[in-house]
Design a protein around this ligand. Structure first.
Ligand code: UDP
Length: 440
């Protein structure tokens, strides 16, 4: 596509989390390919890795500095942030509204595309005479659920797969915050209301979430427009050879990839349960274990005694970070034991890998239910509120050893093909809406 939109400038402003910046960057790249001039703004620490991996002169990264001097710069991101500092980061972000205004004044974009955690961003845009639209980086199942309880707290959610037992609700910080705090509800709804656009963009596809996309539109009274999956194309780098060599020694679809995303840190007890669950299951695995910056536990102290020796070459344990999308696209990976962050779910579908779900917080319980509803995975059962080695091993064996997963493998394969066919079409429809918005 070329032509008029060549002149349009778009400023993208995600929340300070890797899992949010990543889909915003993917959308930025797709808009650049359609001749928009795109700016993506975040804190320098967040932009570091995106600057390295994204080369395109029509995509410019803009440093957004937080006003707070109290929070060291390395903590201007949720990635590796010690959990107790999250409220400080959120406050520092809100307090930096005027820094954001200066960026808007300098760039003067035609459109601001912002995230759902900063209702002040569209407000500042409106004060500066700039059009704005929100991009929801996570799924419609989650957002319709949260919008439903914000607007109709007394009514049960209309779709059965997303009705949760009390214990699951207590575990999900986001639901807890919405149900218990008027301030959170207002802030959340304001993000939809404040945009000048009559539509909302969402990182999803009608192929997987049509029911929830329609229900969300009805709830917030704005059309919800899916842009397709904003998933990065895996690019090979020399650093990946250690993973890819290890995987190439394994048989097709025999390995489970295990990750809890970029923000959640397992407790010592949880590390023990996951480790022993993997050990009991008897399958091969790659497991990424993360610790918060500055609170580094020793991995060997955290793992159960003798674990590494007992699993030997059957298990690869990675501290910190692994190239998830590349690992998932390797033919030796059969299943993904995942915390169900939204990006992880979209990457699993794209790479045709079914999911064993182990949701821990935020939108993850809703995403997990969507996975089972789509028939592309199973949930690890909890014993009370906790995940135990026995239930983890049981779920893995059920799908990998006892062959109960064959149907889900077929389903994810089919779904992946359908989504691929549809995403380009959805992106083009969304671009049309953006051009209309820019033309005012
Ligand atoms: N990711 C990765 N390597 C890791 C951990 C995470 O590449 O070791 C990427 C993953 O591929 C996904 C993102 O980080 O794109 C995590 O986003 P998600 O929404 O799944 O979870 P969150 O981090 O927001 O909990």
């Amino acid at each position: 596509m070329s032509g008029k939109q060549e002149n349009y400038k778009i400023l993208m402003f995600p929340w300070l989390a890797h899992g949010h910046i990543s889909p915003f960057t993917e959308l930025a790249k797709r808009l650049v390919h359609r001749n928009f001039h795109v700016f993506l703004c975040s804190t320098p620490v967040n932009l570091e890795s995106f600057r390295k991996s994204t080369f395109d002169p029509s995509l410019e990264f803009v440093d957004f500095h937080l006003s707070s001097t109290e929070l060291p710069k390395k903590y201007h991101t949720t990635k590796n942030l010690p959990t107790h500092l999250m409220p400080t980061l959120k406050a520092a972000f809100d307090e930096s509204k005027e820094n954001f205004r200066n960026i808007l004044k300098t760039i003067k974009p035609d459109i601001l595309i912002y995230d759902f955690l900063q209702p002040w961003a569209p407000q500042v845009a409106s004060e500066e005479g700039i059009n704005s639209v929100v991009l929801l980086p996570c799924g419609a199942a989650c957002f319709s659920f949260v919008a439903h309880y914000s607007i109709h707290p007394e009514m049960e959610f209309p779709f059965e797969p997303l009705r949760f037992p009390e214990t699951d609700l207590e575990n999900s910080e986001i639901i807890h915050a919405i149900i218990n705090s008027n301030e959170s509800k207002e802030r959340f709804l304001k993000c939809f209301e404040m945009s000048s656009a009559s539509f909302i963009l969402i990182n999803s596809s009608n192929q997987i979430e049509a029911t929830y996309i329609n229900y969300l539109s009805e709830l917030v009274n704005k059309e919800v427009v899916p842009v397709g999956f904003l998933v990065q194309e895996p690019v090979k780098t020399p650093d990946d050879s250690v993973f890819l060599n290890w995987l190439s020694e394994k048989t097709t679809k025999s390995v489970v990839f295990v990750s809890f995303g970029s923000e959640y840190f397992l407790t010592k007890k949880e590390i023990e349960e996951v480790a022993l669950g993997l050990e009991i299951s008897g399958v091969s695995f790659i497991w990424v274990v993360r610790f918060p910056v500055g609170e580094k536990m020793n991995l060997d102290e955290a793992l159960p005694q003798g674990f590494r020796k007992r699993v030997g070459d059957r298990g690869m344990i990675v501290e910190g970070w692994a190239p998830q999308a590349k690992i998932l696209s390797h033919s030796s990976v059969g299943w993904f034991l995942s915390h169900c962050g939204w990006n992880s779910i979209l990457e699993a579908i794209t790479c045709r890998v079914p999911v064993i779900t182990i949701p821990v917080q935020l939108d993850q319980p809703m995403n997990s239910r969507l996975v089972t509803e789509l028939g592309i995975g199973i949930e690890v059962r909890r014993d009370g509120r906790r995940y135990t080695r026995g239930q983890i091993a049981r779920a893995i064996k059920k799908v990998l050893v006892e062959e109960d997963g064959k149907e889900m493998e077929k389903n994810v394969d089919k779904l992946s093909s359908e989504v691929r066919g549809n995403c380009e079409f959805e992106m083009n429809a969304a671009v049309k809406r953006l051009v209309e918005l820019a033309q005012g």
